[in-house]
Structures are given as C-alpha cells and as structure tokens.
Design a protein around this ligand. Structure first.
Ligand code: UDP
Ligand code: MG
Length: 319
C-alpha cells in the first residue's frame, strides 16, 4: 500500500544517535497519524549503525533499509532514498537530530496548503564551530549570488518534497549532485519554514571541511558558468592594461625615461599572467573532469542487496 509520507534518512556512522532519532521520529509520526514509510540509507557505515538499522526494520514493518556497499556520500545516499520512496510526500532529514523530527508536522501543514516543496530554513544554529558557521554563511551567499537559480539562503536538505517533485528529481541523474539546488531548479510552489537547528545529538560531523568544499564546488559548477566566465573578465582587464601601457612605455622610451627597464617588470608580468592562466586552466579542469565523470555513466550507487520492495535497478541508474 502506498504510504502518505516517506522519510528518507542518510546514515553514516551514526550508531550513537540513530536509536534516539528513531524513537523521536516514531513518536512524531504516531502523533501525526497517517501512514508512513521510513527509508534508512546506510552509506557504508563502519560502526554498529547497520545492525541497529536491521533491528529497526525487523521490529517495524514501516522501516526499510538500503545498504550501500561503500560510502558514496550524503547527497547520493539521499538520492537512493528518493529513488525508492513511495509516499505522496517525501521528507529528507539527517539522522543526527540536528534537524528535529518534531518540525516535520509543520512542513506537512504547509504541504497540505498546496505547496510542493517545503524547505526548513535555519533561523538559528546551535553547537556549531564558528568556522563551520562562517563558511556555511559565506557559501550560501556566494551560491545565491553567482548561480542562475535562487537557492534559498541558510537552507539545508531538511525539506519536504511532493511526489511530483520527486518524480522530476528522479530523472536528474547527474553525478555531482547538489540536491537543494536541484530542488530549487525544478520550480513548483516552494515555501520556507523557519526552525532552530540543534547541536548534534552525539558524535562528530561527517562533513569535514574538505567535503564541504567539494559540495560547494559541486553546487557552483552544477548551477553556474561564472567561474568559466571569470577567465574572460580577467582577460579583458589584462588586455586593457596592456593596451594602455604599450603607448605609455613607447612615450617613456622616446623621452629617454628610465622607467620600465629591467627584468623585474618582465618577471612580475610573466608570473602574474602565468598564475592567472593556470588558475583558469584549473577551473576549466573542474568542469572537464565533471563532464568526464558524467560521460562514464557509472551507476550513482551500488546497493548490497536489493530491498524487498525496491523493484527497479538496484544500481541506481534509471533507464
Ligand atoms: N552522511 C552520509 N554520508 C556521508 C556523510 C554524512 O550519509 O558521507 C549523513 C550523516 O549520517 C547525517 C547526514 O548525512 O545523517 C548529515 O551529515 P552531518 O550531520 O555529518 O553533516 P552536518 O550536519 O555537520 O553538515
Ligand atoms: Mg549534522
């Protein structure tokens, strides 16, 4: 039977928090009524999380577990959840209780009003290091400025998606994913609900600085050509400087001035232009590498065993 709500929960080494998380999630869903389905994605955890998830599934018929053969990353884990979700509305939530399950009824209320994407906006963040908070703030604002679609500020993946939106997102098989951007790109009626993002219940963040940078790069390259255009802008600036300086140098030489003689000037300009060119090449490389990854067409994720009701290709590649 088709459940009304599907909750998608990516899990990577969250053994310390998922029992409490599941208890609170179940408490909320029982209070809310309706029919529910809970899809936990074990993203290659190396702790006791898989065993705990299996226990949930055994004792609760509403729980399904998708077991990845290795760590594929948070965005891919959520994608696997969206691929096999059957609910009329799908809720994406983290397993570390930073996003309180008690906010879900508020998202549902806005969905019932006819909104198709209800995203939770972090009005406050607790228990994050200042560096994480600062980088997150800068990141959201940068993305907002340079990408074509207007991704709402301070919004993570905690959100509710109508099944219509999920159906569209299932067709978007890009490898380097930035789900909140994709959820904005699709359009539909969207609305935000403010909430307080709590501190992690237990354990450490699974998004170290390097992974955050990767996500930021994916977000920028997936939704903007701005970095590529940067080369054009810098090129124009350099050409303008050259066009102005050439007659200046000629006049100086003719008037017998000693300015701009010597190796230092040459060295500086060569190093400067060399640096600019290498940076531009690197930017180009980021895009080319991504094209290469897409062209290879590998499956997005690999599931250890096909869950009973998953039906379609377990390898995450939709035909
Ligand atoms: N996660 C995952 N795969 C990863 C990293 C994280 O499935 O490679 C899960 C993690 O278990 C959690 C959610 O994604 O449920 C968000 O991760 P985390 O809380 O570490 O990120 P943060 O909230 O610090 O940005
Ligand atoms: Mg977290």
């Amino acid at each position: 039977m088709k459940p009304t709500f599907t909750v998608v929960i990516p899990v990577f080494n969250e053994a310390e928090s998922i029992t409490e998380f599941h208890r609170r999630l179940r408490g909320m869903s029982r209070k809310a009524g309706d029919t529910w389905e809970f899809i936990y994605i074990n993203d290659g955890s190396t702790d006791a999380s898989p065993d705990l998830l299996r226990q949930f599934a055994q004792s609760d018929p509403c729980v399904r577990v998708i077991d990845f053969v290795r760590n594929f990353g948070h965005q891919i884990a959520v994608t696997a959840g969206l691929d096999s979700a059957r609910g009329r509305a799908v809720i994406i939530i983290d397993a570390d209780l930073q996003d309180p399950p008690e906010v879900i009824p508020e998202l549902i209320a806005r969905w019932r009003e006819g909104n198709e994407v209800v995203f939770a906006v972090r009005a406050e963040r607790e228990g994050e290091t200042w560096i994480k908070e600062l980088t997150a703030k800068v990141f959201y604002r940068l993305i907002f400025r340079i990408t074509d679609i207007k991704i709402p500020l301070d919004t993570g993946d905690f959100r509710l998606l109508d099944e219509k939106v999920v159906a569209v997102m299932r067709q978007m098989r890009e490898r380097h994913r930035f789900l909140r951007g994709m959820a904005s790109w699709v359009g539909f009626r969207q609305v935000g609900v403010p909430y307080r993002r709590h501190a992690r219940y237990a354990g450490k963040t699974k998004y170290p600085f390097s992974k955050m940078m990767r996500l930021a790069l994916n977000a920028i390259t997936s939704f903007s050509y701005f970095p590529l255009q940067l080369a054009t802008y810098v090129g124009f600036v350099c050409a303008t400087i050259a066009a102005i300086s050439i007659p200046v140098v000629i006049v100086l030489r003719l008037t017998g001035s000693g300015a701009f003689f010597g190796q230092a000037t040459t060295l500086i300009s060569v190093l400067f232009l060399g640096g600019v060119q290498l940076i531009c090449l690197g930017i180009l490389g980021e895009y080319v590498g991504r094209i290469y990854d897409e062209v290879k067409g590998r499956p997005l994720y690999i599931v250890r065993e096909e869950p009973r009701s998953m039906g379609k290709a377990a390898a995450g590649k939709k035909g």
